[in-house]
Structure formats: structure tokens, C-alpha cells
Design a protein around this ligand. Sequence first.
Ligand code: ZN
Length: 171
Amino acid sequence: MSTLYGLITFLSPILITMILILVYRLRTQVKKLQEGPEDDTINQLKALYAKGVLSEDEANVKIREYKNKQNEQMLRHLLNKGLMSREEFDEKVEGLAKHQQQLRVKELEILRDRLGQHQVSCLPEQQVKTWLCVCETINENSNMVCNNCRLNREYIFEEAEHAADPRGIWK
Ligand SMILES: [Zn+2]
């Protein structure tokens, strides 16, 4: 009898630990199921941001571009599998483009606010040899300020990046 008691006393901490590990594993699995599969690319981009390799703005832009690409790939996948008609596909792609357009309008509004009293007619764009200013003037890359509105190029692009994702990296 005392041997059995001794055995139970000896085994119970091990049993309790095993039960705790089991409960913990189950909880993490349920949590994973609720959250859906994690996206490796987005996690990698977030990790690069955490390490300081990418700035918050750079990470935001890349995550957004990646999500857009994912959306279109998913639609194309549905089309190829015959789960979506061509008509529906075209409609959805157009919807995505429209959504992008709305985001750009919003971006422009935010950029207008950020640049204050300056004339802002479009989003700035970096081309190979030139850059497009917010006043719609095309400048040579060697021009650090716009020929027309005299705004500083670096300042414009910095503000535009901030305007690009006001919700932050974790959305
Ligand atoms: Zn300008």
C-alpha cells in the first residue's frame, strides 16, 4: 500500500505537468484556427521592420503591395478552378482597381493636410530620370527642389509615404 502511495506521490507532478502541456497545446491550436493561417511574407516583412532593416513606411508600402497581389492571385485561382465566371472575375478585378483608386484619393487628401498651404494636385512619383512633384511638375532627378513650387523633393516623398498608410503597419 505504501509503495502505491509512494508511486502516486512520485508520478503526480509529472502527470500534472503533462496535463498542463496538453491544455496549453490545445489552446494554441484553437487560437491558430481562430486566427487563420499566418502569412509568411507579411510576417517576414514585419520581422524586417522589427530589426530596423525596413522603415515603418517601407514595410507598410510593401505589405500593401503584397496584399493587393494576393487578392488578384486569389481571384485568378478561383477563375482557373472554374469557381468564378470570367464576367465575375472582371467585375471583381475592376472592384479592386476602384478600391485602389479610392485609397489614392484618400492618400491625396492626407498629403494635402500634411503639406499644409502648398499646392497639391497629384501624388508624387519617382521615375527613372525624373520625379513628378505634387504640383504636377516634372523635375530632373538632380533637382532637389521643384522648379515650380520650390518644395523640397525629400520632404515631399517622406510626407507621401506617411500619407500612404495612415493606419500603420499592423493592419
Ligand atoms: Zn512642385
